[in-house]
Ligand binder design. Sequence first.
Ligand code: 13P
Length: 339
Amino acid sequence: MSWDSLTDIANAMVEKGRGILAADESTPTCTKRFDSIGVESTAENRNAYRDMLFTTPGMEEFISGVILFDETIRQSTLKDGVPIPDHLTSLGVIPGIKVDKGAHPLAGTDGEKVTEGLDGLADRLKEYYDLGARFAKWRAVLTISDDAPSSECVSANAHALARYAAICQEHGLVPIVEPEILMDGIHTIEDSFVITEEVLHTTFYELYAQGVTYEGMVLKPNMVLSGYECTAQASVDEVAEMTVTCLSRAVPSAVPGIAFLSGGQTDEKASAHLNAMNQLLNGGGPWNLTYSYGRALQAPALKAWGGSSDNVPAAQDAFYKRARLNALATKGEYAANME
Ligand code: 13P
């Protein structure tokens, strides 16, 4: 597949049978992950960990693109010293880059957040393009509670996502538009449905208003789930049905693909939900449904790696397995007994 135009790139990112590896944890988030396995978060260790993932033999069968962090896009493979974006490109895996500057307090709200990073974005994108990036990611974070999300929070984040997306497209990068509604809390799946629909409608209104080309973008939403602390947990089939219904109401069919975040679901649930949605669409549907998972692709590999080069083969096996199972889920061919 060529990467000549925004639509080529967007289509390649979400092609059936492959998905995106989100490996763009900021240094503080990566440090949190390394703390969980007792490994010091140095630039060298972060390079070794990302190298383990990106040199997994055959990962390109299931991974269409990798989202990198600013530090990683400037690092190289350990064995051959090849710049990481060049290494990925040589495998036919599209390098991407996280470009937002994180979620910050939104004035006038009770603790809600707006994602920052628009200042100087165009210049940063020019550099990332020269380093090999062909897509970008910007994540907005919203919470559900009795008073949240407020309409100010929904519209401020949608406006920023659309401004980011327009700037990306002007500089030849496909924007991943990620309005993430956190699933922490006691809310029901019905609450999640209503808020997700509102956030997606508002986001697409802003994308339209700011002239973003739907054919040259990828949406990265949360699935519609019960809050993790809700006493009534929806079944896999309910999650699939409600997520597909919500998306079909709010996402234009011109968008080539939807690549879900995993958002703290277990690895198995993230695969099962994606699989059930693809079974519902039965190979049809207006958009390809795939993954852009961070934790749900990396968790077993991180544990198996444990900071030691001796464990690289075992960690790569664990990553390869999750990538393969999620790739099957994009075709509705995953089953729990494959675990
Ligand atoms: P998770 O799949 O771990 O939620 O991460 C995806 C991501 O990129 C969040 O921005």
